[in-house]
Design a binder for this molecule. Sequence first.
Ligand code: ADP
Ligand code: ZN
Ligand code: ZN
Length: 796
Amino acid sequence: MIAEVIVDVPAQAVDRTFDYAVPEDMQETAAPGCRVHVPFGPRPVQGFITNLKDSSDIPTSRLRAVKKLIDLTPVLTEELMRTADIVCQETLSLKASVLKAMLPQAMRAVYRKKVVAATDAGERHFSSVLPIEDWDTWQLHAPAAERSQLLAAVRKGDLIVEPQVSTKDGSKKQYVYEAAPEATFLSAEELSAKAPKQAEILKQLLNAGKALPAAMLGSDNARGTAEALVKKQLVQKRQEIVERDPFAGKNVQSDEALLLFDDQKEALDKISDSIYNEYHRVFMIRGVTGSGKTEVYLQAIERVLQKGQEAVVLVPEISLTPQMVHRFRARFGSLVAVMHSALSKGEKYDEWRKIREGRVKVVVGARSAVFAPFQNIGIFIVDEEHESSYKQEEAPRYHARQAAIIRAEQFQCPVVLGSATPSLESYARAEKGVYELLTMENRVNEQVMPHVHVVDMRAQLKEGNRSMFSRPLLDAIKQRIEKGEQTVLMLNRRGYSSFIMCRDCGYVPQCRHCDISLTYHRSSHSLQCHYCGYLETLPSVCPECESDQIRFFGTGTQKVEEELYQVLPGVKVIRMDVDTTTRKGSHERLLESFGKGEADILLGTQMIAKGLDFPNITLAGVLAADSMLHLPDFRSAERTFQLLTQLAGRAGRHEKQGEVFIQTYSPDHYSITDVIKHDFTGFYEKEMYLRRVGGYPPYYYLTMVHVSHTDLNQAVTATEKIGTYLRNSLSEQAKILGPVASPIPRIKDRFRYQCMIKYKREPDLSNILKNMLSAWQKETAGTDLQLSIDTNPYMM
Ligand code: ADP
Ligand code: ZN
Ligand code: ZN
């Protein structure tokens, strides 16, 4: 038996299958979708079986054998393997990278180089864990005093370096103890004189009548006592898998389907037709915030479950709030699994296993949950489908919305895309009838949309108000505090960071390794680079001119918080940003506290704009609405409109009427004026016109080629060559822009250049790019050049 294997080595040249012989003892269990360890060159690597066959073109004498079969049942289903093929084609990703992305991190291989040194005291092992990309630049992990000696011995060949690969499954195991069949209460009595503690534990186990971990045996050193009983053969010990439960300790009140309003019912009927008649269709629900989209999702899923099928619900990481998960738990109880970044590696693995074993039927998760290994999926739901976090910004650069559509085609089931502010790409398809458009214009219970005011900050300056709060916003906040109502305030940090500047000479501290200014962190009193982590202490005088007028500039959330305390003495503020939410569960705790009314104001970055649903929030404010508008990104107006609409949706979601204040220096920009009118289609038409004139999606497709090198000249030369190659290979309709420096021209000491390809129809593009990649890899093997392709870029 021969296995075709995709090896986990990040190189274009090996992006194909290799044949391996399957040893006799593995033949019964080996199957496509199983992970294996195989020898590859001088070292073992992890790989995936993609196919089994009887013979190989490679002569038997040269055929190497599979070293280890890791899985007894395939971890990737046949359907996921097919999906991987399509994702690879569309995103020009390496097959191994896509297969890996489909699995929880805990199931990826760990690569090591091991050195064994014999000493008087016996053998000592030194090893280093490596990402496979850095295989050749390893460092020996050994005490400094011995390191040079060991390395010298390795170089001389006196010590052998042994490459290793290992794969853990991420499950948590513990020992449990159970009374042996021979043990009786009588034997416990007999023990009590000589060993009262042992007698006590044995009685506990006999009473329990089942296996218990030592931690549940009420006594000091229960483990030691239990082990003594094991020796006496009165107790048996074994290892058990402990399943972690992300919902542990959380009680969820169950609820039932609500009676739907007309537009909800109409949407559900359309979707149900596709569920019952089992055909693939993409539905786009454009429904204002609070129009009851989630209720439609829940009832559609209910029908899918009744048919014995499963459901995948994607929610952007940031709005995967406890509130959101709670609603699914309330309806479907323990049939729900969750997948998001706040879970530990092990918890993610356990959730994955529940899905793979069919013990749950619904998964609610962020981007990677789109690859949930269900086998009979009846619906995919992509909530807030416009969110850019659905696009993975590292290889494989897939878009979860697109992956959902690829899978749904194979399952012949519907995909529901939902948003109050659909992406232009999706909405254009819905308008053309490629997707089916379902509209929900009204909030449930006739709740009116909040009143939106725009505050012109230029006028505020003229009136002499230099504060970051305009008078109207401040007055509105004061009113809320008096009435005991709550406010959310958003400071949009992107493009508006908090840096240090010398007032005398204009000097701004920059990262030494990246072309970006350092961000001031008040809590640690340091300057940090948000791209590479570089850290500096705060200078007391300007390094350029020695002036002491070097200060904090810009507006970070910490600064806003301080100013709030000054202008509103006694105000209670909860601040939510990357600084206050890094610890696990802190996001949840802060929201819970705000929900209980423990603060007047929730202040934060974008992360507060999504998914909050508290009845007492009646005011939402944006401090600098145009901070994002001027970024060099064709989607900046779209993003501004989406974010402001989302934030506006936080206010007045229940009985109390909501109000929104948008502070801006561009009060006439259409992305802001259309928010006031809650006019998505108005915005859409203007933006579509500009996209057409500018030659951007959805009228044109984009593909970006990124090049980076530690040497500036090499980066430029390489990008020029690529530009020339593309101009020569593509049709005349395709436009090739560049080479130009990337928006951040240097990150981690690598210079970054790019070429952008704009095209309408270029059927050969993916072949041309693939050929370019493989030719490139041969030519530049061993050099420092890196090349990557992004077929549908989100970050410009
Ligand atoms: P969206 O997802 O569009 O923001 P939701 O589904 O969250 O809207 O609905 C907003 C609120 O209205 C929720 O509190 C929800 O429970 C309630 N709701 C939704 N549909 C109905 C209905 N048919 N009858 C009564 N309340 C509803
Ligand atoms: Zn200076
Ligand atoms: Zn840096």
